[in-house]
Design a protein around this ligand. Structure first.
Ligand code: DGL
Length: 273
């Protein structure tokens, strides 16, 4: 029998196309070590950023259904591309069975309420930037903000392949960041959950003259706040996490070890057999 909705010992579901969501998972784990995580990386379909909204929606629903087989109390859509095109759909599909959190609203709220940013750059996948979701949501809170969004489609596949902190990543990052569109910004939103992995390189490019936000940390804090407000924080004992991938990749295995100190066993789950 399904456990009651208000059972705080239920796990926390997280998903992304690949390793990007691990930046959010690890930030969540850091501030809520008692929570059991069920992670799904859809490595068989990545990069999501180049795919159609229809495909992204179809995969996101299948993954949400899979996470609900673990009776998750909350699902964190740890991917901007999915959050941009499928958040409302996932929310209405899951209904009151679980709380759904996206990675865009917490960042927009943070930037508007806790910073003095005025001229904001946004980088993300083609899927995210095409929706113009950051500019729309930021401007809905503050009309005076100046927003410049740039699609940076090579970054997620590059990071997924383990290319960061090297010559190749430096060349690609510098090429994108030097585009006229991002000229004169005072802050930059890393609108893809893969990008915290190249944050040090972006900081180096801007020589700390442009503010970067701790997007994973902001989403983790927001998730904690929501669980707390709903009386769903798990104060009980820790349970084993599960990390699923739709296609086993060595890069994913390496990154999971990096984030969770080798304590993780990857499980292969093909939802589309
Ligand atoms: N990490 C994802 C995002 O935040 C998707 C990257 C991709 O698969 O293209 O948009």
């Amino acid at each position: 029998m399904a456990k009651k909705v208000n059972d705080s010992s239920r796990p926390l579901g997280i998903f992304d196309s690949g390793i990007g969501g691990l930046t959010v998972a690890s930030a969540i784990h850091k501030i809520m070590p008692n929570e059991q995580l069920i992670y799904f990386g859809d490595t068989a379909h990545l990069p999501y950023g180049d795919k159609s909204p229809e495909s992204i929606k179809k995969w996101a629903i299948a993954i949400s259904d899979f996470l609900m087989t673990y009776n998750c109390k909350i699902i964190v859509i740890a991917c901007n591309s999915i959050s941009s095109v499928a958040f409302e759909l996932i929310k209405s599909h899951i209904g009151n069975r679980a709380i759904i959190v996206n990675v865009i609203d917490p960042i927009v709220d943070y930037v508007c309420k806790q910073t003095n940013s005025k001229s904001i750059g946004v980088i993300g996948t083609k899927a995210t930037i095409k929706t113009d979701i950051y500019a729309t949501k930021l401007k809905a809170q503050n009309k005076k903000l100046n927003i410049s969004s740039l699609a940076t489609p090579l970054l997620a596949p590059m990071i997924e392949e383990g290319f960061f902190n090297n010559k190749i990543s430096k060349t690609i990052i510098n090429d994108y960041l030097s585009r006229p569109k991002l000229k004169g910004i005072d802050s930059l939103i890393l609108g893809c959950t893969h990008y915290p992995l190249i944050k040090p390189e972006i900081e180096l490019y801007y020589k700390n003259k442009v503010t970067l936000f701790d997007t994973a940390g902001i989403v983790a804090n927001h998730t904690k706040e929501i669980l707390n407000l709903n009386g769903l924080l798990n104060n009980g004992k820790k349970t084993k996490h599960h990390f699923f991938v739709s296609d086993y990749t060595a890069a994913f295995a390496e990154s999971t070890k990096l984030f969770f100190k080798g304590k993780v066993k990857l499980e292969h789950k093909n939802l589309w057999k």
